[in-house]
Design a protein around this ligand. Sequence first.
Ligand code: PEP
Ligand code: MG
Length: 581
Amino acid sequence: MVLNGKGAAPGAAVGGIFIYNEKFHIPSEAVVPSGEEQVHLDRYKLIKNQVLNELDEIKLSVQKIDPGKASIFEAHKEIADDIIINEEIPAKILKEKWAGDWAIYQVYETVMSVLRKTNDPLIAERAVDFDDVRARLLRLWYLKSDTNNDNSISDDSKKQNLSNLKEPVIIAAVDLKPSDTACLDREKVLAILTEQGGLTSHTAIIAKSYGIPAILGIKGLLENVKQGQLAAVDAQKGTVYLDPKDDVIEELIKKSDTFRNDKMNAEHFKLNEGCTLCGEKIEIGLNVSNNNDEEINAQEFTDFAGLFRTEFLFMGRNKLPAEEEQFNSYKKVLECFGKKPVVIRLLDIGGDKQLASLEQKKEDNPFLGNRGLRFCFSNPDIFKTQIRACLRASVYGNLWLMLPMVGSLDDIKKAKEIIKDVKNTLLNEGEKIGEYKFGIMIEIPSIALIIDKIIEEIDFASIGSNDLCQYLCAADRMNSSVENYYQQYHPAMFRIIKDAVNVFIKEGKSVSICGELGSDPAAIPVLIGLGMRKLSMGAASVASVKRTIAGLTVEKALKTAENVLALSTAGEIEEYLHERQ
Ligand code: PEP
Ligand code: MG
């Protein structure tokens, strides 16, 4: 059988499927069959203990990578062991004859609705954690009852955790949450397959940065795969072969070897400067998605940190990071980069990035809602705390502070006022503040089209092509059913980038690109031809981008850009660019 999706991170792999996080289904109201009360109760107890063990294991492995995030798993253990819940569930099963899964669902639901109604946001936000623990319990309940009639826990269910994979596998999931990727055992993940997510979703970005082949947006994936089933993945084509024939296995093992060798060849370029064949310097930036040592040590072969996605400090945990914790994180990256600029993007929450530590109002169109800078404005305490941490850290390096999701001059002025106030407060407190630059993301067309009107207010900008594309083409970057409309090669993309870049060139100010388009080997000649001289990307792309640049001349790039601007559709542009590669 063959399944298709979008190849989101290159490569190929052959291995066994590991189904992660099977679809959560809400149990129906059911009574326990007469005489089976004790069986359901024993099953609940067994599952609860399994969840406690699972949480312990995850906590231990996450502790090694990111101690801040490990605390969330301790909190989840406390919930699973909660005295009231563990009195209520047995009582519902034994006295009221509720089926075990229905009892788990309902008892947790009751606690969650009480929490949600409290006026204290710190208490209300805990509902998210109860929901998480309940999903874990029910997942084990169904896995076990699908596979066994006795009360043992199957091996499959024990393996349901991305940090303790026993052998190399191909992950199949609906989607991966950032908290899933936080504990991903990269050595054991051969490939990632998901039903949801597009080319610029966070799963795609993480897969690319870890160098793991990924195919996203595969319709009907979980209905068609089985745990442990052999699969061959061709991420270049976006194709998965289930129970592949020998010739397909052979071909894809070869492809995987070729991909690895090609990557190794590109590695030779890693330590070189980003420089064209004709000697034009192209600055290469690093996108920082968490600040672990492995990632930020990539500063050795980059010229700047073009995007520090600070939201990853805030996600996958049940408490907001305090000012001090943030200060230490920013300081660490700034110190590591020394004199090289570090672009710290203020909190870009909303859209597909939600905070477990904050109950956010459900929105019908979250990508058009209270996202990025708008979220910061509506949560001034969170915003100000982050600015304080950044400004205090400014003395340790070369800080460039950047606003996400800017739509107007009013946005910029309002944010500047807040930053000024925070700065004055800090100075009054006797804090030292170093020099820093102030800039914006260009990702909403309304700002891209008036750069000439706002350029005076900023020192620099970075083009967020991932969001620019979704807003320009009116196609949700996470929704695989509209992926054909999400066209990064749309002529409007190159036209809007060209016009914005021209204003920066004229004013002698810095502009870079930090979206995925900036590391796309086919698009790089166009970007350079349009005048872009700074590209920022995940560490895994640096070597191959430098190799692409080394094979270019500015003259060739100018010609490529001119030809692309003359074309009328994304399809024509794609064909033209791929023919040239
Ligand atoms: C972008 O939108 O291009 C970008 C770099 O930001 P993010 O992907 O984090 O939204
Ligand atoms: Mg963005």
